[in-house]
Design a protein around this ligand. Structure first.
Ligand code: CP
Ligand code: NVA
Length: 299
């Protein structure tokens, strides 16, 4: 039997996502004391920098009585060109699950195809499903079900935007995307979302009456080479107080972090009363602990 992976939210489907969120909220409220992953090892391969993803997976494994190994290309044979198929087979012989953050989603899929243990997408150029689990958990904790809500995505049509598109399709919320010309999301992922998503020319149109406003950096990891051009292109897409005033009173603000105050978000919004970014960051831990139990078939 092939293992269960989380490469995209589609691997969980609506019911799977709901189960993870329910379990995450439960774990956060009453942490387990039975160390359900005693003796189990999670390999974590990071081709790109990380604070939250690394710490949340590592701390989650510790809390469950297991262990996580941090692997970077510089210190392993991955960086010296060992084929991904070989690395995948070897890690699966020694570890119980693998988490990967890498540049190319295609490489992640190749890795998963050769892995006999669950593989978790810790961010690729295309998707960031673990962050969405935390974002949905955070929305549910603050406002209840996200189905039927209106969510505004402001800024780059990047990996996070793509995962929001997938979530909108699977969970039934409306996603309005305002991105500058040339930075729209992948047309296939957008089209797959159907009626759940629409592109807006202006940030105000997207935010008008929204329950949740979300943004992310203007230059993702790997896109930094055109930073100056990007800063100019995104100038009208900052989430600030004036923009937030178009949303529903009491609308939430989220950002996966790390944030650049004064660029994609003003300090008064991210540090203000509508921002739930610290809950969102904490929920990476709970959502991924719930995810690990599911993928490793632990009751
Ligand atoms: N949000 C997120 O994935 O953060 P890190 O890059 O710090 O892991
Ligand atoms: N879109 C950002 C998310 C970082 C967590 C990036 O890929 O760098």
């Amino acid at each position: 039997m092939s293992p269960r992976h989380l490469l995209s939210l589609d691997d969980l489907g609506r019911e799977g996502i709901e189960r993870v969120i329910e379990r995450a909220i439960e774990l956060k409220r009453s942490p387990r004391s039975d160390l359900p992953l005693t003796g189990q090892t999670l390999a974590m391969v990071f081709e790109k920098a990380s604070t939250r993803t690394r710490v949340s997976f590592e701390a989650g494994m510790t809390r469950f009585g297991g262990h996580a190994i941090f692997l970077s290309p510089q210190d392993t044979q991955i960086g010296r060109g060992e084929p991904v198929e070989d690395t995948a087979r070897v890690l699966a012989r020694m570890c119980d699950a693998v988490m990967i953050r890498n540049h190319s989603h295609v490489t992640l899929e190749k890795f998963a195809a050769y892995s006999s243990v669950p593989v978790i997408n810790g961010l690729t150029d295309r998707l960031h499903p673990c962050q969405l689990l935390a974002d949905i958990q955070t929305y549910v904790e603050h406002r209840g079900s996200i189905s039927g809500a209106t969510v505004a995505w402001i800024g780059d049509g990047n990996n996070m935007c793509h995962s929001y598109l997938n979530a909108a399709r699977l969970l039934g919320f409306e996603l309005r995307i305002a991105a500058p010309e040339g930075y729209a999301p992948d047309p296939e992922i957008l089209a797959a979302a159907g009626d759940a998503a629409r592109l807006c020319d202006q940030a105000q149109t997207a935010v008008d009456g929204a329950d949740l406003v979300v943004t992310d950096v203007w230059a993702s990891m790997g896109d930094e080479q055109n930073r100056e051009t990007r800063l100019a292109d995104f100038a009208n897409f900052q989430v600030n107080k004036a923009l937030m005033s178009w949303a529903k009173p009491g609308a939430l603000f989220m950002h996966c972090l790390p944030a650049h105050r004064g660029e994609e978000v003003s300090a008064e919004v991210i540090d203000g009363s509508q921002s739930v970014v610290w809950d969102e960051a904490e929920n990476r831990l709970h959502a991924q602990m719930a995810l690990l139990l599911g993928l490793l078939n632990v009751e």
